[in-house]
Design a protein around this ligand. Structure first.
Ligand code: PBG
Length: 327
């Protein structure tokens, strides 16, 4: 067959690895990754049944794990506590206990790794006996302003212990502004707020709730987390959070919401983060364990997609593996 008469042959830009490198539009780098880690009060580590490959660390072993991550070039961690069930209460008082698990962990981590950025989750679900991100009244309603009054204490408690970034993941209205005011009033003007602004009511969080034993005791999270059908509303949430003082905003989950991520990153002037959540992790883990997909290829592809869609920072349980692969 004779040559087609084509001026443009896009395949020329893919003809070798060297040429493909020159044409690559986005590059995933270790410095963009945030490593979410789980800590508990116990002396012994526990493997997390609902998240094979992940661990609830004792504080001591968490320091080793962080040291390894740090050596691989990971600059930031997000801390999640598995709280003893007898410390959980309807008013979640443990969430702002200065000698609680999270403040203790922050101090130990910052003491050993002062330059590592420590990000803490601000929400009540690990501490609340109802398993909701906010306080619940007798009718089952999740209370907004009453919850915010506690979240500001929690954020202040984390900042006092040395957190670099507090990350409200609760989706209450007005919490970013209230937290900003409380931090500033206490001279923590340098502590940043990474807001989980577009956090969807998602089935992909199930494995994480197993890790913290934080499954809601009744109802679901749909009166505060967003409807998966909405994208415009995500922009509204993000704009409100920026007006209230958010330094960075987040989309969560990441993979199923790449359109939302792109829309936000094209429309706002603050950095946008994305969270590849437990269910996304588990889908890749289970399919690759069954031999159905190639783990490394799919992990890198999923994270590249999230980066390409507009995330400058990505929370992923694969942070350490990716850092190793990128070496
Ligand atoms: C709780 C919180 C959740 C996650 C991060 N912070 C769960 C939820 O909202 O129910 C999910 C993370 C994951 O699934 O990996 N405020």
């Amino acid at each position: 067959m004779s040559n087609q008469n084509l001026n443009a042959r896009p395949r020329r830009n893919r003809k070798s690895s060297v040429i493909r490198n020159l044409c690559r539009e986005t590059r995933l780098v270790t410095e963009s990754l945030i490593y979410p880690v789980f800590v508990h009060e116990k002396e012994k580590n526990e493997s997390i049944e609902s998240m094979p490959g992940c661990t609830r660390w004792s504080l001591n072993d968490l320091l080793n794990e962080i040291s390894e991550a740090h050596e691989l070039g990971i600059g930031a961690i997000a801390l999640f506590p598995a709280i003893d069930s007898n410390l959980k209460s309807p008013n979640a008082e443990e969430s702002f206990n200065d000698s609680g698990l999270i403040p203790k962990s922050i101090r130990a981590i910052k003491n050993s790794f002062p330059e590592l950025a420590v990000i803490t989750d601000v929400a009540l679900d690990p501490y609340n006996s109802d398993g909701h991100d906010g306080l619940v009244d007798q009718t089952g309603k999740v209370l907004n302003d009453e919850t915010v009054a506690i979240l500001i204490k929690q954020a202040l408690c984390h900042a006092s212990a040395g957190a670099d970034i507090v990350a409200p993941s609760d989706m209450m209205d007005g919490r970013v502004g209230a937290i900003r005011q409380e931090l500033d009033a206490n001279s923590f003007t340098d502590v940043s707020i990474l807001s989980y602004s577009a956090k969807y009511a998602s089935g992909y969080y199930g494995p994480f709730r197993g890790a913290l034993n934080s499954e809601p005791k009744s109802g679901d999270k749909k009166t505060y987390q967003m409807d998966p059908a909405n994208a415009k509303e995500a922009l509204r949430e993000v704009i409100l959070d920026i007006e209230e003082g958010a330094d960075m905003v987040m989309v969560k989950p990441a993979g199923p919401y790449l359109d939302v991520l792109a829309k936000i990153s094209n429309n706002v002037k603050v950095p946008v983060a994305a969270y590849q959540v437990s269910g996304e992790y588990l889908m890749i883990e289970s399919a690759s364990a069954a031999g159905w997909i190639d783990r490394q290829t799919v992990v890198m592809e999923s994270l590249t997609g999230i980066h390409r869609a507009g995330a400058s920072a990505i929370l992923t349980y694969y942070a350490k593996s990716v850092a190793e692969w990128l070496k």
